[in-house]
Design a protein around this ligand. Sequence first.
Ligand SMILES: [Fe+2]
Length: 363
Amino acid sequence: MPAGILVVDDEAAIRDLLSEGLRDMGYDCAVASNGFEALDHLKRRQFSLVLSDIDMPTMDGVKLLQTVREAYPDVEVVMITGVVDVEVALRAMRMGANDYLTKPFNLEEVRLTVENALEKRRLVKENREYQRNLEAKVEERTVELVLKRREIEDLYERLQVSYETTLEALAAALDTRDTETQGHSVRVSDYTVVIARRMGVEDPELTEIRRGALLHDVGKIGISDAVLRKPGKLSPEEWIEMRKHPEIGYRILSGIKFLEKSLPIVIAHQERYDGSGYPRGLKGEEIPLGARIFAVVDTLDAMTSDRPYRRALSYETARQEIIRNSGIQFDPSVVEVFLSIPPDDWKAVHGRNPDRRDPARAS
Ligand SMILES: [Fe+2]
């Protein structure tokens, strides 16, 4: 389809010359004798280009230019001017005209100017189209990325759940072999979290501490049944074997990336505040906070849970024992936080993971 060009001039001779010349060049041409008529044409059909005289009696070319720029941004405007009007023509270009023709002109000049103007229009349109496509593409990719991110977050979440389930299964297996009661490891890890939170510990440290508490006795895998399950007191040699369990646990878990920060709790969970614990005899704050918290709740849980050889002791008895050992076995600041937590809160945690004696083994 040939490009539509609107010729606007109050002089009929110029209009005819231009329109006939442009038709010969193959353009689809319409004519108007002033700005108002021109706007009428623009309303009725599409044009690519307006060739407009500047000096016209009703609605001059500059006014027409302004209107076309605002209402028809896709239509290019080339101004036609007498020699004396070059100043005006330049002003018109600053206002958005594409080019100008100076009278008198020859048709070859007209042809070149029109071709340039149409070419410029084509490039502008193409560029705009490209931008639009680009924006659509960016939008499309953004949506894709958001969806991908959600998918990854979801996978991560599921991976974490799967980690937790595996760890809890492992801890439950350990509990059964060691104390013949289940739930101990999960309870001490829950208790540890209660105190750690109160002491201002947040994730990811909170999760690291919790996992350390959950797996504290994993090293007992390496202790023989003869020692681990011996009903009476251990001999000095048996104690030496038993006391290796924190280091065995450390070795078993080292190399597991997501447990790496929980290792300090596993290796230090038998340390005592006064330095009389093992394996390293760490003292006070040399013992990681998670292990200092663990020591208190391990005693609490051991005393308030049923054992094959005795029934659970009361919370009050455990509390007195913990107070008695503050500053000796336990960090006084942890004991203080422990004491600030109402007994019912502890009982609630215990209730979520009750002792489940293995009926086959219970005497
Ligand atoms: Fe232990």
